[in-house]
Unconditional design. Structure first.
Length: 255
């Protein structure tokens, strides 16, 4: 069941979203050749601690996971699409890194993700990352009262497919509020004019995931969490928590 948020609740979610933005900014600034994803996770933990916020990621265990998630960020590198567990493998020059982060503050959750290159970027990676954010912007632009979930999905999918990228089936955005994952689901591809109508007070995490090789196939890593592209091509991920309002979409996880 979809829980509509009051304007006061949306303001509270903006505060948790602000913490998420701070986490992502700090992690990106700390990312460099030789730094490990586990060290980025430690940076994120310190931001959360200073803000008096918790992590909806830490110890989260959905039905598919063999173990609770051990980090406060997901750090997915190169062919990892999402859900990468922060490890001790140093980042190398040219690595494509996706960081997904969440925060809970005063009982409200925020969720956002960025992708970037460490060191010297490959032109193909830059294009992939730029397209991920373009798809996110298109999805947000479609998140208006009177549209439907399918309009967001169609906007995202059109950008991704036009650029020749794959979209991992079965993974996409979601409602968010008191819990990190709430109804409704927000696919990254779909038909316009279909699905649940968008109403003032809905809050959605919109998150395109792109596979550079053009295929949609992926598989779980041996850790049971990390999703990797089947063809070994690189992936990118972009996400914002967005409130649907009568005045248009409001990004709650912007700085």
């Amino acid at each position: 069941m979809v829980q509509l948020k009051t304007d006061t609740s949306i303001e509270a979610m903006r505060e948790s979203g602000r913490v998420v933005a701070q986490v992502l900014t700090a992690a990106r600034e700390a990312a460099a050749v030789g730094v490990t994803p586990r060290e980025l996770d430690e940076v994120a933990r310190e931001v959360l601690r200073k803000a008096g916020a918790g992590s909806p990621f830490l110890n989260y265990r959905p039905h598919f996971a063999p173990t609770p998630f051990p980090g406060v960020i997901c750090a997915s590198v190169n062919d990892a699409i999402v859900h990468g567990i922060p490890n001790d493998v140093p980042l190398r020059d040219g690595d494509l890194v996706s960081i997904d982060a969440g925060a809970t503050l005063d009982g409200w959750a925020g969720d956002s993700a960025i992708s970037f290159t460490v060191g010297h970027a490959r032109p193909a990676d830059t294009q992939l990352i730029d397209t991920a954010f373009e798809a996110l912007e298109a999805g947000i632009a479609a998140a208006v009262v009177g549209n439907r979930i399918g309009d967001i999905a169609h906007a995202i999918g059109t950008v991704c497919r036009t650029a020749g990228y794959g979209i991992p089936e079965g993974f996409g955005g979601h409602g968010i509020g008191r819990a990190m994952h709430e109804d409704p689901g927000v696919p990254n591809e779909g038909r316009p004019g279909r699905g649940m109508p968008l109403r003032h007070g809905m809050v959605l995490a919109i998150e395109p995931m792109l596979i550079s090789g053009g295929g949609d196939d992926y598989h779980p890593d041996r850790d049971g969490w990390t999703l990797r592209t089947n063809d070994g091509s690189r992936a990118a991920h972009a996400e914002h928590t967005v409130a649907i309002t009568n005045d248009g979409p409001r990004i709650l996880t912007a700085l």
